[in-house]
Design a protein around this ligand. Structure first.
Ligand SMILES: [Zn+2]
Length: 310
């Protein structure tokens, strides 16, 4: 189980080298046997599998099951099979943290009666289906075109929305632009757990997807607000392990430093490539992945920050 988790983390989208990314995007046959289940509370689980896309939170309520993110296409049946081992309740609600294919493509594979909740901007991006900035994901058609619109959001919010009630309260927050322009932070209030989606890839370079409203300059402020969310101890990352809220706070400091570094490089008259290749992660940030050969996500990040800086 542990080995699978580590492998899943290593293969996480956009986290490592081009080679690792290519491996992650290679087709993986969906199966329930490949799905790792992490139990965070009596009624809260995280389901991960190599090559399946983002981490899915499974929240079991009195009347049904809420999912946060639905992975790449094809995993719905295996997910439902795994969820059946956790509860008899049907899936009634899906929340998507953001628009990317590896978090929303599974939506049409769940019953048409499911309520699908996203930030209003994310609904727009899901309808537009813009390419992800800075990474090449190959042929990536909209799953909603093929489904005739099934799986698109049926309910949206702009700043904050609470779903459920009492011990089953789930708070959705929008704190501004970061990974995209519609990133939702999902708080399972009773379990004190926050799903941060891809705004927090763990100790690594983020993706600043300006094609879908993402921003470099706004990123750190958005993360700092997320880290200050009430009722949170633990954080589910988009593709990596579950970590502490202190690590999310540290990540906001890390991004702030990276953005300031790029901006200083631009003001000093250097080039984007010079700035990226000279980036040394400060010693106080332990365990962060340095710039890779080919520069991974650092290069497109730097370009986004560069172009947002006067
Ligand atoms: Zn993403």
């Amino acid at each position: 189980m542990r080995r699978r988790l580590v492998l899943g983390a290593v293969l996480a989208l956009g986290v490592l080298s081009m080679a690792a990314r290519a491996a992650q995007l290679a087709p993986v046959k969906p199966s329930a046997a490949a799905i790792d289940v992490e139990k965070l509370a009596g009624n809260l689980f995280v389901l991960r599998a190599p090559g399946s896309g983002g981490a899915t939170a499974v929240f079991v309520m009195g009347n049904g099951v809420m999912l946060v993110d639905t992975k790449v296409s094809g995993w719905g049946p295996s997910m439902l099979e795994t969820i059946k081992t956790l509860t008899d309740k049907p899936v009634t609600t899906i929340v998507n943290t953001h628009t990317h294919f590896d978090h929303v493509n599974g939506n049409p594979e769940y019953p048409g009666t499911v309520e699908i909740v996203t930030h209003a901007n994310t609904k727009t991006y899901m309808e537009q289906w813009n390419p992800v900035y800075g990474i090449n994901v190959g042929d990536n058609p909209s799953p909603f075109k093929a489904s005739g619109g099934r799986g698109l959001p049926t309910r949206t919010f702009t700043d904050r929305l609470t779903l459920g009630g009492g011990a089953e309260s789930v708070d959705l927050y929008y704190y501004g632009r970061a990974h995209t322009g519609g990133d939702t932070y999902v708080v399972f209030r009773n379990a004190r757990v926050l799903h941060a989606g891809d705004t927090f890839p763990n100790k690594n370079a983020p993706i600043m997807d300006r094609n879908n409203g993402g921003s470099g300059v706004a990123y750190a402020d958005t993360l700092a607000k997320a880290a200050a969310t009430p009722n949170v101890d633990r954080v589910i990352t988009g593709h990596s392990t579950t970590v502490s809220v202190a690590e999310l706070k540290e990540y906001s400091d890390f991004i702030r430093e990276w953005v300031a570094y790029v901006q200083a490089g631009k003001k000093a008259g250097r080039t984007v490539d010079e700035v990226v290749s000279a980036w040394k992660i400060p010693d106080r940030f332990k365990g962060y992945t340095p710039v890779q050969p080919g520069m991974g996500n650092w290069r497109p990040n730097a370009q986004v920050i560069w172009d947002e800086t006067q």
